[in-house]
Design a protein. Structure first.
Length: 182
């Protein structure tokens, strides 16, 4: 798997405005993949947070009224959370929106594939920055729910270093796996 194949599989039209999101709050994330041996960037949230404590997720967050659209939200949050500056023209696609079950967010995931990234620095919303080799990581997908959570439709899990990635992050990863396998 190389970056050229990833770019062709994950490139898509970008429409950073969601028209229909019901009673959900809007949020967006940035899926960053980099390097000759494609690596995906994820974060581990601190355990003291009110929402999503200890979860593994993508950099991103809640849409703010000062953001022009959800792409700006993803870029701003990525810069704030891990110190990574990605420009709009480095974003080459988006995935289908996913909803969080416990916090009622509709999340629009964007994808950026770059040759390399600078050193990253976590802010207070991030416990740890994870650099995960993409190909072996995607092979860990199971349809088994995390035993500590109720089974729901479209519940998938991934594993990395004895950590379980589930929920909205896992549904985003499944979309990536599906596009790469089609």
């Amino acid at each position: 798997m190389d970056l050229k194949l990833l770019k062709s599989s994950l490139s898509s039209r970008i429409d950073p405005i969601l028209q229909h999101y019901g009673k959900n709050k809007l949020a967006s994330v940035l899926v960053v993949i980099y390097g000759n041996d494609p690596t995906i960037v994820m974060t581990e949230k601190p355990k003291h947070l009110n929402l999503h404590a200890g979860e593994i997720s993508f950099p991103g967050g809640k849409f703010e009224s000062t953001d022009s659209d959800l792409l700006e939200t993803a870029l701003r949050e990525t810069r704030e959370e891990i110190g990574l500056r990605i420009s709009r023209n480095q974003v080459m696609g988006q995935l289908e929106p996913v909803t969080t079950l416990n916090s009622s967010f509709m999340i629009l995931p964007f994808v950026s594939i770059v040759d390399e990234i600078a050193s990253l620095s976590a802010n207070s919303e991030v416990e740890k920055i994870l650099h995960i080799p993409l190909k072996p990581f995607l092979k860990t997908m199971t349809n088994d729910p995390d035993p500590s959570h109720n089974k729901i439709q479209e519940m998938y899990t991934f594993q990395y270093q004895n950590k379980i990635i589930w929920g909205a992050s896992a549904r985003i990863l499944r979309q990536i796996a599906n596009r790469l396998n089609s």
